[in-house]
Ligand binder design. Structure first.
Ligand code: KG4
Length: 339
C-alpha cells in the first residue's frame, strides 16, 4: 500500500511516499527555520505562509522521487494535530484536496504518534509494546506504546517541553534558533560539573517532570554574569545544562520501563538527537538489561515519512477521516482522530 504523506505542524513542510508502513520511497522537507531565526523563535504566521508556498511543489517532488504515478497512490496521510493551528491547517486542507482529487482515503495522523513511528522505519524489528520517550520542541512525554495505535501516558512535563528549554537556553547563549543542536555541539567541549542546575521533581508523581525552573535558572545565571561583567564558561554551561535535562528524563524512562516490565525502550522527536541523552540512555539500558532503539538523526526532526508510516497503522485500525476533518492545536496522543 502506497501512502502519500504530509507534515506541516511547525516550521517544516514535508511530503513523503511510504510503502506498507516501513519502506520510504521518497521524503522531502522544506524548512522555514532561517526566517524564524531572525526573530529567535517560530513566528506562526510566517510558518503558515511558507507552508502554503512549499506544499504543492513538495508533493510533486515526493511523487517524482518515489517513481510512482498519481494513480499508484492508495491513500493520503496528514498530520492533523497537535501544532501551530494555522500551520497544521495548511497540510490538512491540502491533503484533503489531494485525497479527493485522487479518490483515495484520507488518514489523519497525530504528530507525536508519527515521531514514535519514525523508529519503525529505522528499525524493522521494533514492534509494540515498548516505552517511548517523546521529546521535541513542544512535547515531553513518556508513552507506553501498547500497540501501533493504542498509547498510555506514563509521565510528562508539567510545563515547558525539553526542546523549548534547549531553545531558550541556546537563545540566551546567543546560539540562534533552533538552538538544540548547536548547544549540543558546544556541550561536547565542556565539563558537566562547572555549574549546578536544578533537577525538579513533581511531588507524588515520580514520572512527571518540570523544565521551567531549569530554564529560569540558566537565564538568571547568564543575566547575573552579564550585569557583573563576569565571563561564563559557555561549553561548561551547555554541558551542565544538558546533564540536568538528561538527569530529568533518563531515570524516569527507566522507572517507566521497570513498571511495564517490557524492557524495550525507544526515543522520538527532535531532542532524541541529543548526544548526552542518547549516551545516558545507552548506559542506563545496558545496566538494566533493556533493549534501546534510537532513531537516526535524519528521522528525529519533523518529516513526512514518519507520518506515512504511522498513517499505515492508523489505516489498518480503520482510523480514516472525511472532508470535514479539522486541525487541532492540542490533542491527546491517546485519542484517535475524530470521525
Ligand atoms: O521534533 P522537532 O523537529 O519539532 C517538534 O515537533 O517540536 O523538534 C525540534 C526540537 C527543537 O527544540 C530543537 O532545538 C531540538 O528539537 N533539537 C535538539 C537537538 N537537535 C534538535 N535538542 C537537543 N539536542 C539536539 N542535538
Amino acid at each position: 500500500m502506497n501512502i502519500l504523506a504530509f507534515e506541516s505542524s511547525c516550521d517544516e513542510t514535508a511530503a513523503a511516499v511510504v510503502r506498507d508502513g516501513r519502506t520510504v520511497l521518497s521524503s522531502v522537507i522544506a524548512s522555514s527555520a532561517d526566517m524564524h531565526a531572525i526573530y529567535g523563535g517560530v513566528v506562526p504566521e510566517i510558518a503558515s505562509r511558507k507552508h502554503v508556498e512549499a506544499i504543492a511543489g513538495l508533493a510533486e517532488e515526493a511523487l517524482r522521487q518515489s517513481g510512482l504515478s498519481k494513480q499508484e497512490v492508495d491513500a493520503v496521510a496528514v498530520t492533523y494535530a497537535p501544532g501551530l493551528i494555522g500551520a497544521v491547517l495548511v497540510g490538512v486542507n491540502f491533503a484533503k484536496s489531494v485525497a479527493l482529487a485522487l479518490g483515495v482515503p484520507l488518514i489523519p495522523v497525530h504528530h507525536v504518534r508519527g515521531h514514535i513511528a519514525a523508529n519503525y522505519i529505522a528499525h524493522p524489528d521494533l514492534e509494540p509494546p515498548f516505552v517511548c520517550l517523546c521529546v521535541s520542541g513542544g512535547t515531553t512525554l513518556i508513552v507506553a506504546v501498547e500497540d501501533y495505535t493504542r498509547m498510555e501516558i506514563l509521565g510528562g512535563t508539567r510545563d515547558d517541553a525539553a526542546g523549548e528549554c534547549f531553545d531558550k537556553t541556546a537563545r540566551v547563549l546567543g546560539l540562534g534558533y533552533p538552538g538544540g543542536a548547536p548547544l549540543d555541539t558546544l556541550a561536547q567541549a565542556g565539563s558537566d560539573t562547572v555549574y549546578v542546575f536544578p533537577r525538579a521533581h513533581v511531588e507524588g508523581h515520580p514520572l512527571d517532570m518540570s523544565f521551567s525552573g531549569l530554564k529560569t535558572a540558566v537565564i538568571n545565571l547568564v543575566h547575573n554574569a552579564s550585569q557583573k561583567g563576569e565571563e561564563l564558561d559557555l561549553p561548561g554551561l551547555a554541558a551542565s545544562f544538558s546533564a540536568a535535562v538528561s538527569d530529568s528524563l533518563v531515570p524516569r524512562v527507566m522507572e517507566a520501563n521497570r513498571r511495564t516490565g517490557w524492557n524495550k525502550i525507544a526515543v522520538a522527536g527532535g531532542v532524541a538527537a541529543n548526544s548526552r541523552i542518547r549516551r545516558d540512555l545507552e548506559t542506563a539500558c545496558a545496566q538494566a538489561g533493556a533493549r534501546l532503539w534510537l532513531p537516526p538523526l535524519s528521522l528525529c526532526g519533523d518529516n513526512a515519512a514518519m507520518i506515512g508510516c504511522q498513517g499505515y497503522y492508523e489505516y489498518l485500525a480503520g482510523h480514516l477521516a472525511g472532508a470535514d476533518l479539522n486541525a487541532y492545536a492540542v490533542r491527546d496522543i491517546r485519542q484517535d482522530a475524530p470521525n
